[in-house]
Design a protein around this ligand. Sequence first.
Ligand code: F6P
Ligand code: MG
Length: 501
Amino acid sequence: SHPPCKALSASDRDSFGYKTMQARLPVIITKVINDVYQTYHNLPSTELDLKEKEKEAKHIISTISELRYELQHDKKFRPLRDSEDDVEEWNQTLADHFEGSSWFKAPWLFAECYLYRRVRETFALTQHFRDYDPFHEQKKTVFKSSQKAVVAIAVRLMSPSEDSTANGTEGLSSLDILVSQGPESVGTEEAFFELAQFCLWGNATDLSLLDNPDLAKVEELQKRMMTSTASSSNNSSTTSLDKQLEEQQQGKGGEETSELQKHEEKILANDLNALWAKVKGLRKGRVDFILDNAGFELYVDLMFADYLIRAGFASEVVFHAKTIPWFVSDVMPVDFQWTLDQLRYASSSSNDSAPFFDPSDPAEQKALRDLGAKWQSYVDQGVWRVTSDDFWTSCYAFYHLTSLPSAQDLFTDMKKSDLWIFKGDLNYRKLVYDCQWPTTTPFKKAIGPLGSREDVPSLVTFRTCKADVVVGLAEGVEEKMDKLANDWQVSGEYAVISFKQ
Ligand code: F6P
Ligand code: MG
């Protein structure tokens, strides 16, 4: 079916889509080439099938270089040539809707998905690199640079501090409250608001926006998240925008507000209250996360999922990962397990490689290991379930989840859930069909059948804004934002939390 409004496309030279096609994606592809080149160079001479592997690596490099050429010269899309399960669906769509279309003419969401699927094709057609993830090294590097924040969170979660055993909860952060109280009082409103915002802002550290990930910037962002104090105040975004504008005009940065409040003011549509009303009514329910990025974002997602379990709101959490390397940093099932392993085996050098996380303090090492062991036990007991389906990396918007024949098993299973949590920018774009909605369009309308059908559970999206489309804003917010920061829609500094009952 057709988009409900005019698709966003790179043919508009002022759009972020154009910038992405023209400048960002060639960099991403070049990094894939460099990664394979490195792997090729590092192949030990003792490697079995060395000659074969070298030949394949060289072939991958030239095929991906051709792909970059096709993109940069706006060549027509061609059918896929591999024999993966989803190939017919892709080729049928290409034939039915994109005959003669090309990178800069098509809706840019389609073109981008097609690009990652073409990268997949290249590896799928090899023998030795079939399961190779060309983004794995990048995911690792950035997660490694998050060590400080990862450790600090683990310590606070796993070992109650002196203060947190004091009477009352005044002055404590919600993380302390989480550990200091028995499980029956874990599910406080304070904890919910703070952890939900961690979960939201974790999305700001994804890799595809950071063409050259500035690791110091990532660390700074995480530090700011960590030093924030709990607040469940709910400023209407319009009032706080007025304040931000006023401060900008007076040249000050709003020093009196806490870090978390400052962050909260940047949530331009904020349905956290409605989400809290839903969550606190759940008793041993099922919550589904449609995951976005690996690394720090996944880590804070797990922290939020842990909270839902500990508080008794959920007894089952299902994580939907991607089946193939996707938009650089998205989680695949192997990334999920890899992450738990790095926590479980922190600072232990049982295998030949050095430990990934290696804080010097034994208490910190223990906190990481205990947290990893605990999360692993959730997986082993089936309390947490990791799954993946080709639907999430298909060319379809999420409107089609309810009707696409190949998505029916997935949809049938997901209907058993009480709440779907969609993480990140791309999942948001797929929810609202990535078209030119007026920013005041109600979220429920923008998500089509997911908003109107009775059999679709409650859903929420935690999204930092990194692409043109945004809906659910109050009257006047767009105009105010345009005055405040001209790149507000794409900078990743602002966010929306939109909820459908
Ligand atoms: O490149 C397009 C895009 O959707 C951006 O808008 C965003 O920076 C990135 O890909 C993915 O972001 P996320 O990981 O939050 O989905
Ligand atoms: Mg992503």
